[in-house]
Design a protein around this ligand. Structure first.
Ligand SMILES: [Zn+2]
Length: 153
């Protein structure tokens, strides 16, 4: 389960719209609790390092950018939780390319940007055997590390 506050979702949407018609990409930094709930604390936008003619449907992050994000995360007591990117004029569903470059454990956020306007946002993790992406549960409401109130309790 991933927790991504509303203002961070808004930032990802804005990045996707700003990068349109190319893909934006970035890194999710945050914390993981004992029940594997991931809480995103901040976003680290990264330059899409694909060549100009490919950026509309592919993204790549330079190893240096990931290392810098790793260092930033560590200095703030955070971890890299995963990655986000946009799908210009495509549904927010991982592509075969996305799966090829994805790693188990990490969270993947995809926002569809249709005609320059951000639409649906989806959340995924890669299956352990890397055969497919699985939907990850998400929540817009972050209440620190307190447990969620039980319904009807
Ligand atoms: Zn993609």
């Amino acid at each position: 389960m991933i927790r991504l506050e509303r203002h961070l979702r808004r930032d990802i949407r804005a990045e996707g719209e700003a990068a349109y018609p190319d893909e934006c990409c970035g890194i999710l930094l945050g914390t993981v609790d004992a029940r594997d709930t991931r809480t995103v604390a901040k976003l680290r936008p990264v330059v899409n390092a694909r060549e100009a003619g490919e950026r509309y449907h592919r993204f790549r992050m330079e190893a240096d950018d990931i290392l810098r994000a790793e260092r930033l995360a560590r200095s703030e007591g955070l971890d890299i939780l995963g990655f986000y990117h946009s799908h210009p004029d495509q549904p927010a569903v991982p592509s075969g390319y996305d799966r090829e470059y994805a790693l188990p454990w990490y969270s993947y956020v995809i926002v569809a940007v249709l005609r320059g306007k951000a639409r649906s946002m989806t959340f995924w993790t890669l299956a352990e055997d890397r055969s497919r992406f699985l939907r990850e549960r998400s929540s817009a409401d972050v209440s620190g590390l307190r447990p969620e109130p039980r319904r009807g309790a």
